[in-house]
Design a protein around this ligand. Structure first.
Ligand SMILES: [Zn+2]
Length: 163
């Protein structure tokens, strides 16, 4: 398989997707244009998106309905991403009130867009996940999570070499 086929397969797999729309290569639009000039559906944000080709043939009324639908879908997308990170923070051991306070602190004072709230929740959940990984690594006698990761990598490599 050549590198173009590999790239195409990877893009088709959707493994590049990120839960946070702002960090996802699709930018929350649901589709991404590859280096090969081909469009690929995002595995997280691609559902419910009208195909690019379909959009071109729309009447004004259809387009209006489409835009309204996209706005609602976008709100739902940010809400879903926010919940995902809030739930991850809850799973890491914070209470609902603590999650709310941590996200509020991360976002800073004032009004924020849905995207900014998602970024704040993403940052809080990410920090907690790293804390949990650090604690788990130390509990197993490693100095830090990174050392444990290296050890796991080395073990996998040794297992790979035996095959
Ligand atoms: Zn995406």
């Amino acid at each position: 398989m050549n590198s173009m086929e590999l790239e195409f397969r990877y893009m088709e797999s959707g493994r590049w997707a990120e839960m946070n729309p702002s960090k996802c290569p699709c930018g929350g639009r649901g589709y991404v244009l590859s280096d090969l000039d081909t469009w690929h559906k995002c595995s997280v944000h691609g559902d419910g998106v009208v195909d690019m080709d379909e959009e071109e043939g729309m009447s004004d009324a259809e387009r209006e309905a489409y835009v309204a639908g996209r706005k609602a879908a976008k709100r739902a997308m940010f809400a879903e991403a926010f919940l995902y990170f809030a739930n991850a923070a809850l799973a890491a051991g914070l209470s609902k009130a603590e999650v709310r306070a941590a996200v509020r602190l991360e976002a800073g004072p004032g009004e924020h867009s849905p995207a900014e709230w998602v970024d704040a929740a993403d940052a809080v959940a990410g920090r907690l996940a790293r804390d949990v990984a650090e604690r788990a690594a130390r509990a197993r006698g490693y100095s830090c999570a990174l050392e444990r990761e290296w050890d796991n990598d080395a073990r996998e490599e040794r297992a790979e070499a035996r095959r």
